[in-house]
Write a protein that binds this ligand. Sequence first.
Ligand code: AR6
Length: 169
Amino acid sequence: MTTITLVQGDITRQSVDAVVNAANSSLLGGGGVDGAIHRRGGPAILADCRRLRASQYGKGLPTGRAVATTAGELDARWVIHTVGPVYQVSGGDPDLLASCYRASLEVADELGARTVAFPAISTGAYGWPMADAARIAVEAVRTARTAVEEVRFVLFDEQAYQVFAELIG
Ligand code: AR6
C-alpha cells in the first residue's frame, strides 16, 4: 500500500530514497527542478548522466521514460530522471505524463527504493496547467502497482500545494 504525502518546499531538501528529476531528454541539465538537483547534488549526477548518454541513451531519454543515477550530495540514494511531455497550444498527451510517474516507480522498484519524492512534472518550463497535471499525477500513482511505501509530492508554492491537497483529501 502506497501512502501519498504532500510537502510544500524544495525537492532538493528532501530526505528520501529517491528524488525524481523533471529532466529533459538530453539528461545534461536545465533550469527548474533539474537545475536545482544538479546544483545541490553536485557533479557526480552529471557524470552519471554523461555515462548514460555515452551508453544506452545515445539519443537521449525519450519522453515518458525514466532512468536512475547517483544522487550525489543530496540526502537520497538515487535521482530518477524522467522527461515530461511539453504542453502545446493543442494540449499535451496525458498518457505520456502518467507514464513519467509509472516509469519512475518501476525504476524505484528495481532499485528497492521505498520513499520517493516527485515534483509536479511538466508544470514549469513545459507549461502543463497545474490542476490537470496534478489530477494525472495522483491518478497515475494511485493506480500504480509498486512496492514504494511513500510517494511524496513536493510542491514549490502554496498554490500548487493546495491543488494537490484538494485531490489527496
Ligand atoms: N523543488 C520543487 N519543485 C520545484 C523546484 C524545486 N526546487 N523548482 C521548481 N519547481 P520544471 P518541467 C516546480 O520547469 O515543467 C528544465 O529546464 C515548478 O514550480 O522544473 O517538467 C528541464 O531541464 C513547477 O511546478 O519542470 C527541462 O528542460 C515544477 O517544479 C524542463 O525544465 C516543474 O517545473 C522541464 O520542465
